[in-house]
Design a protein around this ligand. Structure first.
Ligand code: HAM
Length: 422
């Protein structure tokens, strides 16, 4: 028997109510903040990610699903959504629109990671990007939007962490200081950190190994080495978050796993599970558009993993609305009645009344059992008698009461019954 590939999952009908609930809140919140939807392809030129996400990152080095198509093009399944949105912004000249351009997306993201709870090889993201504005008020607005989104889902037990990792003017100086500091502990670092020290020193700060964490805790902090304009940007962001009443924490070790970030970085984590199950990651990426061949264009955004949101909704016991399903089951006895039932089902559906029609030639008792199992509120029964009298039996499945209704009145009768119960 085949099984789903490791690290992927089927989203069965019983799970769909969570996904639809989240989608509905996304659409609502995006509309409140003026974000419009964009969809990009599921694969892109590999270069977009090596360039955009960064050569030294885990994603590019170890996790991308890269393949050559039959035409010899080197392609990669989306590991994240920001670089593709920036590619689209450039390709379609969206810089000609009023700035910032605010876009949101749902994507499947593919990363060859070690699967565990909340970490998959295919996961789904809702993300949003605001491109073309450097004002820290936009950073605050983006964070407010992420927070608002979780409030609308009923998720409140969350922690907001922020940091600033400076810009290309001030970061080199900080990195030199950081490398200098870490150089003294090089012997004690884990194998990954020894490589990070050479290739991506900022990532030393978020190593999860206990021995490396001690070194990281006492490391020089990026926020102490910001240039005046990054410092001012970060202070204003904090002022705006205070204004909005956010209980944020500054975490000087927050660095994120993608290379494109500048200045603001932030994460939202569930209080229980902490950094292993970050629910939102985001920040500013003022150099990415230029890196991809455009003019310097500041931007900020975030993405959140839908699987992790579902996990949190379940853990917090949040009740999500049931999905609508047909109220009516249509049973029949005999071939001739079956033909009449088929016409009736088609007519009712066109009138906007959902119907599940019995199939095959099961006994009426078996059909009623099926109606019960499906949770139908009403069953319509067409038998020989009803055929003759151009009518149908309407059975209320909760009370087991039945009455005969003429075929030309059944549509209105059902509508009245359904609306009186809603
Ligand atoms: P990211 O932190 O790599 O950022 O991913 C965003 C979110 O996707 C994470 O916070 C997490 O909820 C979810 N996620 C990531 N990897 C997995 C996985 N393997 N399994 C399940 N969920 C996962 C980005 O992707 C950036 N593009 C975010 C961004 C947008 N920054 C600026 N704009």
């Amino acid at each position: 028997m085949y099984q789903v590939p490791r690290g992927t999952s089927d989203i069965l009908p019983t799970e769909q109510l969570y996904w639809r609930f989240i989608e509905q809140k996304v659409v609502h919140v995006c509309q409140l903040y003026g974000y419009e939807r964009i969809d990009t392809p599921v694969f892109e030129d590999t270069g977009l990610f090596t360039r955009g996400v960064g050569e030294g990152t885990d994603i590019v080095e170890k996790e991308m699903y890269t393949f050559e198509d039959r035409g010899g093009n080197k392609l990669t399944l989306l590991p994240e959504g920001t670089a593709p949105v920036c590619r689209a912004y450039l390709e379609h000249g969206l810089h000609n629109l009023p700035q910032p351009v605010k876009l949101y997306y749902f994507v499947s993201a593919f990363r060859y990671e070690r699967p565990q709870a909340g970490r998959y090889r295919q996961h789904h993201q809702f993300g949003c990007e605001a491109i073309g504005e450097s004002d820290p008020a936009l950073d605050a607005e983006v964070i407010d939007m992420a927070w608002h989104f979780f409030q609308s889902l009923g998720l409140n037990r969350l922690t907001l962490l922020i940091n600033s990792i400076g810009c290309k003017q001030c970061r080199p100086k900080y990195l030199a200081i950081l490398k200098d500091y870490y150089g003294k502990y090089a012997q004690n670092l884990c194998a990954d950190c020894k490589v990070r020290l050479e290739r991506n020193p900022l990532r030393l700060l978020d190593c999860k190994q206990p021995s490396c964490q001690q070194v990281a805790d006492a490391a020089p902090r990026n926020i102490d080495y910001l240039c005046p304009s990054c410092d001012e940007h970060f202070k204003r962001l904090q002022k705006y978050l205070d204004l909005l009443g956010f209980p944020f924490q500054i975490n000087p070790r927050l660095v994120r796993g993608l290379d494109y970030y500048t200045r603001t970085v932030f994460e939202i984590q569930p209080e229980e599970e902490g950094s292993q199950s970050t629910i939102v990651g985001g920040g500013r990426y003022d150099d990415l558009i230029e890196e991809l061949g455009g003019k310097p264009t500041p931007a900020v955004g975030f993405a959140t993993g839908i699987e992790r949101i579902v996990r949190n909704l379940k853990r917090e016991g949040i009740a999500v609305p049931l999905l609508p399903k047909p109220h009516v089951f249509l049973a029949f006895v005999g071939d001739e009645a079956g033909a009449e039932a088929m016409k009736l089902a088609a007519k009712l559906r066109r009138a906007g009344i959902g119907v599940i029609e019995a199939m095959g030639s099961r006994s009426l008792k078996a059909q009623l059992r099926q109606a019960d199992a499906l949770g139908a509120r009403y069953t319509l029964i067409v038998g020989e008698q009803e055929l003759k009298s151009h009518s149908v039996i309407l059975r209320d499945m909760t009370t087991a009461q039945q009455k005969t209704v003429s075929l030309h009145q059944i549509e209105n009768e059902l509508r009245d019954q359904i609306t009186s119960r809603e």
